[in-house]
Design a protein around this ligand. Structure first.
Ligand SMILES: NC(=O)c1ccc[n+]([C@@H]2O[C@H](COP(=O)([O-])OP(=O)(O)OC[C@H]3O[C@@H](n4cnc5c(N)ncnc54)[C@H](OP(=O)(O)O)[C@@H]3O)[C@@H](O)[C@H]2O)c1
Length: 191
C-alpha cells in the first residue's frame, strides 16, 4: 500500500484551518482533491469528517480516525472507524491522509506511518478574516517535509495555490501512484 498525505496550507505560517473551517475558498482546490482521491480511500480525523458535506465524499471510501469505537458513520457500507492508527497499514489500497492537523501530525511524525508521498498545496492569498476560532497549523509537519522529502514534480500554480509533489527520501515509491497524482493535478486522464 502507498500512504499519501494531501493538504492545503497557508504560505509562511502553515495554517490549515480556523476553528473547524478552511480559511479560504478556492473551488479548483476542491476539484483537484476530488480528481486525485477519486475511487480511493481517504483517511480523516473525526473533526474533519464532520465538515464533509453530509459527512461523505462520493466515490471514495472513508477511514474515520476516532477514539470512540462506537462512533456512527453516515454510510456504513463505505465508511469505517479506526481507533488504532496502526491499523491503517492493513488497508489494501492507496490511502490519502486528508487531515486535520492532529491526523497529519500523527502520520508525519511517526516512523512507522510516515507518508510515502506528500501533495503539498500552498495558498498564497490572505486568510478569510471573518472566521471565528483558533488557528490550526501544521508547522511541525512542514519541518519534517523539508528535512525528509524531495520534490519530484514541477510547481503548479492555479488560483493562487502552488501545488507540488514530494516523496520520502531514499524510499521506493509506486510509480503508478505518482503518475496518477501528476495526471490528476494536470487534469489529464490516466493512461
Ligand atoms: N487545509 C486543509 O488541507 C485541511 C484539511 C483537513 C482539515 N483541515 C482543518 O483542520 C482542522 C481540524 O483539525 P483537528 O486537528 O482539529 O481535527 P482532526 O484531525 O480532523 O480530527 C481530530 C479527531 O480525530 C480523532 N483522532 C485524531 N488522531 C487520532 C488517532 N491517532 N487515533 C484515533 N483517533 C484520532 C480524534 O477523535 P476523538 O478524540 O473525538 O475520538 C480527534 O478528536 C479544521 O480547521 C479543518 O478545517 C484543513
Amino acid at each position: 500500500m502507498t500512504i499519501v498525505a494531501i493538504w492545503c496550507r497557508h504560505k509562511d505560517d502553515h495554517v490549515i484551518g480556523v476553528g473547524p473551517h478552511i480559511p479560504w475558498h478556492v473551488s479548483s482546490d476542491f476539484k483537484r482533491f476530488k480528481r486525485i482521491t477519486q475511487g480511493a480511500c481517504v483517511v480523516a480525523g473525526q473533526t474533519t469528517y464532520e465538515t464533509f458535506p453530509n459527512r461523505t465524499l462520493p466515490n471514495r471510501r472513508i477511514c474515520v480516525l476516532s477514539f470512540d469505537s462506537n462512533y456512527e458513520v453516515s454510510d456504513p457500507e463505505n465508511h469505517f472507524v479506526v481507533t488504532d492508527i496502526k491499523d491503517v497499514k492493513n488497508i489494501n489500497d492507496t490511502v490519502y491522509i486528508s487531515g486535520g492537523a492532529s491526523v497529519y501530525r500523527a502520520f508525519m511524525l511517526s516512523s512507522l506511518l510516515m507518508p510515502d508521498i506528500v501533495i503539498d498545496c500552498c495558498y498564497q492569498g490572505d486568510l478569510n478574516p471573518n472566521l471565528k476560532g483558533d488557528k490550526v497549523d501544521i508547522s511541525s509537519c512542514v519541518e519534517v517535509l523539508e528535512q525528509k522529502y524531495r520534490q519530484i514534480s514541477n510547481d503548479y500554480l492555479e488560483d493562487n495555490i502552488v501545488t507540488r509533489v514530494l516523496v520520502k527520501r531514499g524510499d521506493f515509491v509506486d510509480q503508478n501512484v505518482i503518475k496518477h497524482i501528476i495526471n490528476a493535478i494536470e487534469n489529464k486522464e490516466d493512461k
